[in-house]
Write a new protein. Structure first.
Length: 294
């Protein structure tokens, strides 16, 4: 089922649901910055194969992404993403336990939830943090320490400028910069062209305000202290050993902030674990669902 939802500040979100409205557990999957709900398409397929309609699955295009309404620059914040997540839960989750999974900025959205919607924390029975960070993102070198911090900061602004000056059709015809960012910075090995192609097209479709606004907020993201709200909630942190955006030290810092959290490192993988290592991500998502069902 496809739905639309109006946010607290009047934006329209695209939401997709699977499974019964009265299912025992609801899984909510928050996608990566510059992506859309297709970020999780392997996991949705696998969960449907395993549980059918007995599991409620909810995905959505975050504000300023995919089929959701473009957001103004000042509304592109992680706090607003958490408010949107709360609204999605209110409108489309079943009444029972929640399993939350977040990739990159989606994981940061889960970290903000205890501050923005503390009333939902008691329902959370499982957390999957995929390729994400609890803060200190200004130290990330993108694996390009030789180019300097100013050049690294310029990447989202260059992409935003292309989005302003060229139509999507023109960027799809000559996606050299977008393809470089995806192949060089976002993915590890082995690189599957169909997955890189999806990520490239998502990047091409991303509005300039989404690129610049969220980048600005990401540089201020620091939510390590609030993670204690999830102490003793079953939590798994996944990271690729070749992740250049949120590298393994960030995953270790995040896992250390939640009592009982487990950390797993995928050798050779980059930042897009839901696409690069779909079986691994699904395996741990299923483990959390089984725990919540039990």
């Amino acid at each position: 089922m496809r739905h639309t939802l109006t946010t607290h500040d009047g934006l329209t979100l695209h939401v997709t649901t699977h499974g019964r409205e009265d299912a025992a557990v609801t899984v909510l999957l928050a996608h990566c910055w510059t992506a859309d709900e297709e970020d999780w398409h392997y996991q949705v397929r696998d969960l449907l194969d395993r549980y059918g309609a007995d599991l409620r699955i909810v995905t959505w295009d975050a504000r300023g992404h995919g089929r959701s309404q473009e957001a103004p620059l000042e509304a592109c914040t992680i706090a607003d993403l958490a408010r949107d997540l709360g609204a999605v839960v209110d409108a489309h989750a079943a009444d029972g336990p929640l399993v939350l999974a977040g990739h990159s900025i989606g994981g940061m959205t889960l970290m903000e939830l205890p501050e923005t919607r503390p009333d939902l924390v008691h329902r959370v029975r499982g957390l999957l943090f995929v390729s994400t960070s609890s803060g200190d993102l200004g130290t990330v070198t993108l694996g390009l320490p030789d180019v300097g911090s100013a050049a690294r900061r310029a990447i989202p602004h260059v992409l935003a400028l292309r989005a302003r000056l060229l139509t999507r059709r023109e960027r799809r015809r000559t996606p050299s910069i977008e393809r470089y960012v995806v192949n060089r910075l976002l993915f590890g090995e082995p690189l599957r062209l169909r997955d890189a192609g999806l990520a490239t097209d998502q990047l091409i479709c991303c509005p300039p305000a989404t690129m610049e606004g969220f980048y600005r907020d990401l540089m201020q993201h620091e939510r390590l202290a609030g993670l204690a709200a999830y102490d003793d909630v079953p939590a798994i942190v996944l990271v690729g050993s070749a992740d250049r955006l949120t590298p393994p030290p960030h995953a270790r810092r995040l896992a250390g902030g939640i009592r009982g959290a487990r950390l797993l490192v995928a050798p050779g993988a980059g930042h897009y674990l839901p696409l690069e290592r779909p079986e691994l991500v699904t395996e741990h998502l299923v483990a959390l669902v089984e725990g919540a069902r039990g």
